[in-house]
Design a protein around this ligand. Structure first.
Ligand code: GLN
Length: 252
């Protein structure tokens, strides 16, 4: 009888395996704006399709840790939180700084990276502090925290859709300073000759990047947090940051 049960069980599971179609792994659709090296940019061969960068590698690992598959939807930075609220995407990974205002609309994961705003100027610029920007032509990127910072300082500025557009204005002498996140600034400075970074920690506080999910989506947030905390603990995130910083210049 025992043996019969075993045989039956085996036969049944074999039959089930044969009948059940191999279902595709569940997916996590991450929204990003692939204009923010070294966190996200387009490459011939990225870690997820043509998407590469620190965030893309983190997204892939979060999915893998949960036996899921990561998909990327690329859109304008300004559209990300709306797309998340509409359910078009499951999460946002875009070097996104946690802010009080954004926290009203979405929930954030455990932060995974600390950054700060910096100023990119021409090598011969006399800008040494944030207040030196007062009478200069300032460029920011629309919707980035850099825009908020310049706004709070009370200076006029011009906002561009892409970091590369703002950098071109600077390179061509049409603006004097670009305010943007530190790691991305480093990438732009090594990709373009004649530029340097000016820091002013008194004017620009440190910022923390985290992944956003819809409010109260604790199921997904728990999955993301468990994976992020593991990657922070075992050094994966610092390794990724170092690798992509080294690879800059080849990245775009
Ligand atoms: N950290 C900045 C922000 O959150 C810029 C992010 C980005 O451009 N991807 O606004």
């Amino acid at each position: 009888m025992k043996k019969f049960t075993k045989v039956m069980a085996l036969a049944m599971s074999a039959a089930m395996l044969a009948c059940v179609p191999v279902s595709a792994a569940e997916t996590i659709t991450f929204g990003t704006n692939a204009e923010f090296p070294p966190f996200e940019f387009i490459a011939a061969e990225g870690v997820i399709d043509t998407f590469d960068g620190i965030d893309m590698a983190i997204a892939k690992q979060i999915a893998e840790e949960n036996d899921m598959e990561a998909k990327i939807e690329n859109m304008e930075f300004d559209s990300l939180l709306v797309a998340l609220q509409n359910g078009q995407i499951d999460a946002v990974i875009a070097g996104m700084t946690v802010t009080e205002e954004r926290k009203e609309a979405v929930d954030f994961s455990t932060p995974y990276y600390t950054a700060t705003q910096v100023m990119i100027v021409k090598e011969d610029s006399d800008i040494a502090k944030a207040e030196d920007m007062a009478d200069k032509r300032i460029c920011v990127i629309q919707g980035y925290t850099g825009e908020t910072c310049v706004n709070e300082l009370g200076y006029d500025y011009e906002a561009f859709k892409k970091g590369t557009e703002a950098i071109m204005e600077l390179v061509n002498g049409k603006c004097d300073v670009v305010v943007i996140d530190s790691a991305t600034a480093q990438q732009y400075v090594s990709d373009n000759e004649g530029l340097k970074i000016v820091e002013d920690p008194e004017a620009f506080a440190s910022e923390e990047y985290a992944i956003a999910v819809q409010k109260d989506n604790t199921e997904l947030l728990d999955k993301i947090n468990t994976a992020i905390e593991k990657m922070l603990e075992d050094g994966t995130i610092s390794e990724l940051a170092a690798t992509y910083a080294e690879a800059d210049g080849e990245a775009e």
